[in-house]
Design a protein around this ligand. Structure first.
Ligand code: THU
Length: 165
């Protein structure tokens, strides 16, 4: 038996510490996406914004449902929209932010497990990493270069003996 280790890395920026202007702009786009959030059950609004390789922005926000599991997170709304409208286009970065109705969200909003899996599939399909920028309503910003930093030992299509075309 051998104990093996996987290490992940991330950048943590204190509130107010300067960020790259492209990251700041994408966080602003994710904040704009909050306007479309439909979250009457959790009262927790999430916005996501994708920076496409050609500079375009695609936004998404969480969409809830009275039958709770029928809703979808902001990240998957944006990612599925991007691939259905613009298949083959590369996603460079994804920014996520959130705002709660009844408290101040001051921790970075990190994607849920299912969204991580969809980000992993997207990276695999486009054969390049996505920069993921996470921020709450206030507080620190956290950035990872690629989903492997959020989803080590991820499940991928090869395990189904399937290569993507
Ligand atoms: N949510 C997202 O949209 N993205 C995340 O990264 C975390 C959670 C949504 C799902 C649900 O509408 C609400 O936030 C509370 O979980």
């Amino acid at each position: 038996m051998e104990v093996k280790k996987i290490s992940i890395s991330y950048e943590e920026y204190e509130d107010g510490e300067p960020l790259a202007s492209s990251d700041l702009k994408l966080i602003d786009e994710a904040t704009t996406a909050l306007k479309g959030s439909y979250a009457p059950y959790s009262d927790f609004h999430v916005g996501a914004a994708l920076l496409m390789e050609n500079g375009d922005i695609i936004r998404g926000s969480n969409q809830e449902n009275a039958a709770y599991p029928s809703g979808l997170c902001a990240e998957r709304v944006a990612l599925f929209h991007a691939n259905s409208e613009r298949p083959g286009e590369i996603i460079v970065s994804l920014a996520i932010t959130g705002k709660a109705d009844h408290f101040k969200s001051n921790e970075p909003i990190t994607p849920c497990g299912a969204c991580r899996q969809v980000i992993a599939e997207t990276e695999k399909r486009q054969n390049s990493k996505i920069r993921i920028i996470m921020k709450g309503e206030m507080g620190n910003t956290r950035i990872v270069d690629g989903i492997a930093n959020l989803l080590p030992m991820m499940f991928q299509g090869e395990q189904l003996k399937k290569q993507l075309k």
